[in-house]
Design a binder for this molecule. Structure first.
Ligand code: ZN
Length: 254
C-alpha cells in the first residue's frame, strides 16, 4: 500500500526535520511512490528544486506562501520567473493564496501576490496549489477570474465551496485533519466532492492523522487519511490511495 502513495503536499524543509532530514527523506522516498514539495518562500523553492534533481520521485512547486510575505524578495515577480526557469521537476506554483487568520495580515499585499502568482502559473501552464484560510470569498473570486488548473489544499471549507471549486475545474485535497473528531465539516465536503477530484496530502510535518495526531507527520502516514477518506467515499484505503495518486498524476502531469 505504501508504495502506491503520492503525497501531493509536504514540507520536508520544515525545521521539525532539521535533526534527521536526510534519513527521513531516504526512508520516505524509498517507501512511497512520489511526493510534491509545497514551497513557502524563495529559499523553500530552492530546497524543492535541489531535491527534485537529487531524487527521482521528489517533485516540487515554487512560490510564495501568503503567511511568508514579510520575507519576499525585492522583486517577487522577477524572482518567481527565475525560479520557474530553473532546471528541475517543477510541477506547480505554490503554495499561494490568502490567509486572514492572524491579526495584522496585509490583505492588499496578499491579494496582489496571489494574483501575480496565478497569472504566472497560467503563463507557464502550471497548476497552482492554493492555501485559503478565512478568505473563501476573496479567494474564490480570484480563482474564478483567473481560472487556473489546481488544487485547494488542506480543505476545511463547506461542501458548497468545495463544489464551487469543482465546478471551476479544481481539485480538493484533504490532510490528516479529515480524521479528527471535530472534522464534521471536512467530512461533509469530502462526501460531496466527486472521487475523481480528490487528492490526498500530509502537509507534513503538520496535521498527523489519528491515531498519530500530535506526532511529527511524514508521507507514510497518509495511509490513515486514505482509510478515513475511503470510509466516506465507499472505497478501501488501497483503492483510495490508487485513485488519488492517479488524480495527482493527472493534475500535476507527473
Ligand atoms: Zn502546506
Amino acid at each position: 500500500m505504501l508504495s502506491r502513495i503520492i503525497d501531493s503536499h509536504c514540507h520536508y524543509d520544515d525545521k521539525a526535520f532539521d535533526g534527521d532530514r536526510e534519513q527521513v527523506l531516504t526512508e520516505v522516498l524509498s517507501s512511497v511512490r512520489a511526493v510534491i514539495h509545497a514551497a513557502t518562500d524563495e529559499k523553500s523553492s530552492l530546497f524543492g528544486i535541489e531535491n527534485s534533481l537529487r531524487w527521482d520521485n521528489f517533485y516540487t512547486a515554487v512560490g510564495f506562501h501568503p503567511e511568508e510575505l514579510d520575507r519576499l524578495p525585492p522583486d517577487p515577480e522577477k524572482t518567481l520567473e527565475q525560479l520557474l526557469s530553473r532546471q528541475g521537476k517543477i510541477v506547480a506554483v505554490g503554495e499561494i493564496g490568502l490567509d486572514y487568520h492572524y491579526e495584522g495580515f496585509d490583505r492588499e499585499k496578499q491579494l496582489e501576490m496571489f494574483e501575480m502568482q496565478l497569472a504566472a502559473a497560467n503563463k507557464h501552464r502550471l497548476p497552482v496549489i492554493v492555501h485559503l484560510r478565512n478568505a473563501t470569498e476573496d479567494g474564490m473570486a480570484l480563482l474564478e477570474k483567473h481560472k487556473p488548473k489546481g488544487v485547494l489544499h488542506c480543505f476545511s471549507g463547506s461542501a458548497e465551496t468545495a463544489l464551487q471549486a469543482v465546478k471551476l475545474g479544481l481539485y480538493i485535497s484533504f490532510t490528516g485533519a479529515l480524521t479528527f473528531k471535530n472534522a464534521k465539516k471536512a467530512v461533509k465536503a469530502c462526501a460531496a466532492v466527486p472521487a475523481e477530484r480528490l487528492l490526498l496530502e500530509t502537509d507534513c510535518p503538520y496535521m498527523s492523522p489519528e491515531p498519530l495526531r500530535g506526532s511529527r507527520c511524514d508521507s507514510r502516514m497518509i495511509v490513515h487519511t486514505a482509510e478515513k477518506m475511503g470510509e466516506i467515499k465507499g472505497f478501501s484505503a488501497d483503492q483510495m490511495i490508487e485513485l488519488c495518486a492517479e488524480n495527482t498524476r493527472q493534475l500535476f502531469n507527473l
